[in-house]
Design a protein around this ligand. Sequence first.
Ligand code: CTP
Ligand SMILES: C[C@](O)(CO)[C@H](O)COP(=O)(O)O
Length: 419
Amino acid sequence: MTSGKTAAIIVAAGTGVRSGSAAPKQYALLGGKPVLAYSLAALRGHPAIDRVVVVIGAGQEAALREAVGDVEYVIGGATRRMSVLAGLEALASSTGHPGPVPGSTVPHDLQPVGVNSGGPRHEAGVTVGVKIERVLIHDAARPFLSADVIDRLLAPLDAYEGAIPALPVADTLVRYDGMIGETVPRTDLYRVQTPQAFVFDAVLAAHRGWSGPEPTDDAQMVRDTGHEVTIVLGDPMLEKITHPADFAAAEARLAASMRSRTATGFDVHRLEAGEELWLGGVLIPHDKGLSGHSDADVALHAITDALLGTIAAGDIGTHFPPSDPQWRGADSAQFLQHAASLITARGGIIDFIDLTLICEAPKIGPHRSAMRDRIAALLQVGVDQVSIKATTTERLGFAGRGEGIAAQAAATVRIPETR
Ligand SMILES: Nc1ccn([C@@H]2O[C@H](COP(=O)(O)OP(=O)(O)OP(=O)(O)O)[C@@H](O)[C@H]2O)c(=O)n1
Ligand SMILES: C[C@](O)(CO)[C@H](O)COP(=O)(O)O
């Protein structure tokens, strides 16, 4: 692949009339997250992509910020083509690219690129001034974009000015005008998806010089200005959300892409006189309490580690180092909630927690219900998704001598493979 920077434009300035959604469909929730958030995360998370600009409708800054937080954005136009052009011009102007020639179709009122930081619009930080060599242009309405598709699209750009993902047509195709007419041979027909990848200068020139009928994608513009555009294998996950039923289909695709993961956590704390005994987020009357890092709630620590394990995010010490004085005496509920928030941020769902407390005393039975309620509330799951068991070690070892309490937890979550 040639050297130079790769940018991505997500067009999200449509109104989604056909979707029947009250708000533009790119802000509708899918699996609890805005549609736009999925492809934005996929593009931002891809190592070959240096910069992502989202094209939004006028007045959508607050909706954008609420949906995805800080992101570079530009205001789009009345058609998809004009929105793509706005994105291309934003990239061109911020990287010192020559401006459009007089008489081209570029409108004069294109907004400058901004960052949705809540403050005044400003130029986009470190990436401004870096020349863009390649660009991916993507519909926000196609949320489930995989890294494999991005890889497939970028690979041919050394040889072609463009590459698009497409799927062969599987159905019989027929012309219809009240009665069926000609059957259209389908052997070389493909359904075209996005993102579409281009050499930046080629697609910018095609857009700036366009005077043909309204195109339905960018590839046809690049092709019609004399460049070669190739096809790579698309992805059934990339179907566009267009009509109301497409939301249910997208939810089903998302659910089918969820993979179950189970991980365990283990922790021990010393029992000492003069300490409070916090277990499972509940203060338990006892003649001794647990000492150590934070409030030393061994149960919440074990569950936190189990949850972090499901996403291979290190352990509790990685996120809350015992050496950091700010966590001394801290409520362990915040550790647990942090681990849960990392799973939620990945579109994950917590399915089940199973905890075993290992101690001679206190008796866990009388407190089991309060602990289950508290843990379920902290994780925002049902009480029936939290199991708490207890055992002794038959007076053997540190637990048997009443010197400490051990906790062992297992967590099962579902994480979407499509990010
Ligand atoms: N003026 C427009 C029109 C469309 N798009 C974007 O282009 C993509 C594909 O368009 P489509 O599915 O047609 O979206 P809408 O135009 O929003 O839908 P509709 O035609 O039903 O109103 C979407 O991500 C949409 O937000 C855009 O950025 N600017
Ligand atoms: C760009 C596109 O997604 C490729 O299939 C499609 O052409 C967009 O069409 P729409 O009419 O804007 O939905």
